[in-house]
Design a protein around this ligand. Structure first.
Ligand SMILES: C[S@@+](CC[C@H](N)C(=O)[O-])C[C@H]1O[C@@H](n2cnc3c(N)ncnc32)[C@H](O)[C@@H]1O
Length: 264
C-alpha cells in the first residue's frame, strides 16, 4: 500500500495472531524491514505511521473514549475542563494530549520513556504539551521528578500504555502519586488485565486501589479499543476515578509478592 503519508507498508493477512505479536513490513529504498507493533521507537520515526496503523487501519478510538468519559464526569460535578492540569503518562506521539488540548485543559505535561516519542510530538503536534519529559517512570531522574513535583496536577491520564511490557504498576503509581487528592485519573486497560488470571499486576492493583479507598472509581466502560491484526475486536475498559490518597510502597510490595509464582 502506497500511502499519501509517504511510506510503503505491507500488512500480513493472518488467520490468527495475538495482540503484542503483530507486525508489518516497511519498504524503503528497495529494502524490506519487519517492524513489530510494539517497536514504538521505529514507528514514531516515520511521520503518520502510528496514526495510519492503529487509528486508520485498526480503528483505535481510545483517546476519544477515555477523554469523553473524563469530560462526562467532570461535567457531572459541574467542574470546568479548563481547570485541568493533566499529566499524560506513556504519552507517545501525543494522541491523548491532543484530546486533552481539545477539551480545553489549562496545562498538559507528557512523559514517555523514549526519545522518539518526544521527537514525534515536536514534529507532528507541537504545542500540545506545555512540557514533555523523556523518562522511565519506574526510575525517574531527579531533575524530572523535581520539575513534576512543582506542578499541582489535578489529573493523570494513561491511554494504551498499561501492560504488554509498557507501563508497569509501579510506574503507574509514580504518576498517580504526583496528582493531588481529589484529582482525576483516567486510563484504559485491556479486559484480560483486570481479571483474576492477570499477571501484569493491574488486576491486583486496581482491586487494592478500590478496597483501600485509594481511588474512588466513578465509571468503568467496556468498549472496543481497536481490532487486532487478525480482525478480532480487542475489548478494553475505560476507567475514570478520583484520587483519594497516594499508593504506598507497601501496597506495591504486597502486589508484587502476590504475583510471584509459588515455587514447586
Ligand atoms: C501504545 S503507546 C500509547 C501512546 C499514547 N498514549 C496513545 O494513546 O497513542 C505506549 C507508550 O508507552 C510508553 N512507555 C512504555 N513504558 C514506559 C515507562 N516505563 N515510562 C513511560 N512511558 C512508557 C511507550 O514508549 C509508548 O510510547
Amino acid at each position: 500500500m502506497q500511502d499519501s503519508n509517504n511510506f510503503n507498508i505491507h500488512l500480513p493477512d493472518l488467520e490468527t495472531i495475538k495482540q503484542g505479536k503483530e507486525f508489518l513490513f516497511l519498504e524503503r529504498d528497495g529494502r524490506k524491514e519487519k517492524i513489530e507493533f510494539h517497536d514504538y521507537d521505529r514507528i514514531y520515526e516515520i511521520p503518520g505511521l502510528y496514526e495510519h496503523l492503529f487509528y486508520e487501519q485498526y480503528k483505535c478510538n481510545s483517546p476519544v473514549v477515555v477523554c469523553g468519559l473524563l469530560k462526562k464526569h467532570i461535567e457531572q460535578e459541574h467542574k470546568d475542563n479548563e481547570q485541568l492540569v493533566a499529566l499524560d503518562i506513556g504519552a507517545g506521539n501525543g494522541m491523548m494530549g491532543e484530546q486533552l488540548a481539545d477539551l480545553g485543559a489549562k496545562a498538559i505535561v507528557g512523559v514517555d520513556i523514549i526519545d522518539e516519542a518526544a521527537e514525534a510530538v515536536q514534529r507532528d503536534r507541537p504545542g500540545i504539551y506545555d512540557a514533555y519529559h523523556v523518562a522511565d517512570l519506574t526510575d525517574m531522574p531527579p531533575d524530572v521528578e523535581q520539575s513534576l513535583k512543582k506542578i499541582d496536577f489535578n489529573c493523570m491520564t494513561v491511554v494504551a500504555a498499561l501492560g504488554f511490557g509498557d507501563i508497569p504498576p509501579d510506574a503507574f503509581a509514580s504518576g498517580y502519586n504526583l496528582v493531588s487528592a481529589q484529582g482525576w485519573v483516567a486510563f484504559n486497560i485491556k479486559e484480560d488485565f483486570i481479571c483474576a488470571e492477570d499477571q501484569s499486576g493491574f488486576c491486583k492493583l486496581i482491586e487494592r486501589l478500590e478496597d483501600d479507598g485509594i481511588v474512588e472509581i466513578r465509571e468503568r466502560l467496556r468498549y472496543r479499543h481497536r481490532f487486532c491484526q487478525d480482525g478480532t475486536p480487542l475489548y478494553y475498559y475505560a476507567v475514570v476515578g478520583k484520587k483519594q490518597m497516594n499508593i504506598s510502597t507497601k501496597v506495591l510490595a504486597e502486589i508484587s509478592v502476590a504475583l510471584k509464582p509459588v515455587e514447586a
